[in-house]
Design a protein around this ligand. Structure first.
Ligand SMILES: [Zn+2]
Length: 144
């Protein structure tokens, strides 16, 4: 009897594990995927090698995305136009970089009304406004 219970538990865990493996890992928002950041750490610095590519996918100026990361990570950042790399003066993991890029996508790229990424971010006075090319909505967002 006891043996059967143990086996049952084991099977349940096994099934759960199988189930979780089938669920694709959550990253980005829905269908819109930004490239996985290529992060290398050199001493106390972190280099995002494909930063230009990521910014292009986010449809935003790399300097703006850099400014966002700089603020969120409370550190200094340097964007190198030539190589398209971003150097952060702090040690962060790829996971953390991904997390903040997802936040940026959610808050400063995606239209809150229709979900389109065909948007522009404009500065209006001290605020930012997301203007959607798809549905025409204009949404003020927190400036940084
Ligand atoms: Zn829209």
């Amino acid at each position: 009897m006891e043996g059967d219970e143990v086996k049952l538990l084991y099977d349940y865990d096994f099934l759960l594990e199988k189930l979780y493996r089938k669920v694709p890992p959550k990253s980005g928002i829905g269908e819109y995927q930004i490239p996985e950041p290529q992060v290398i750490r050199i001493g106390e610095q972190t280099v995002i090698r494909n930063f230009r590519e990521i910014s292009m996918k986010l449809k935003r100026d790399p300097r703006l995305v850099a400014r966002f990361l700089q603020k969120e990570l409370a550190t200094a950042a340097h964007y190198d136009e030539e190589s398209g790399q971003l150097v952060l003066n702090v040690k962060v993991s790829r996971k953390v970089v991904s997390k903040f890029l997802d936040i940026f996508l959610k808050q400063y790229v995606k239209c809150p009304t229709c979900g389109s990424v065909d948007t522009r971010l404009e500065r209006v006075g001290r605020a930012f406004v997301i203007k959607c090319e798809a549905c025409g909505a204009e949404q003020p967002v927190k400036a940084f």
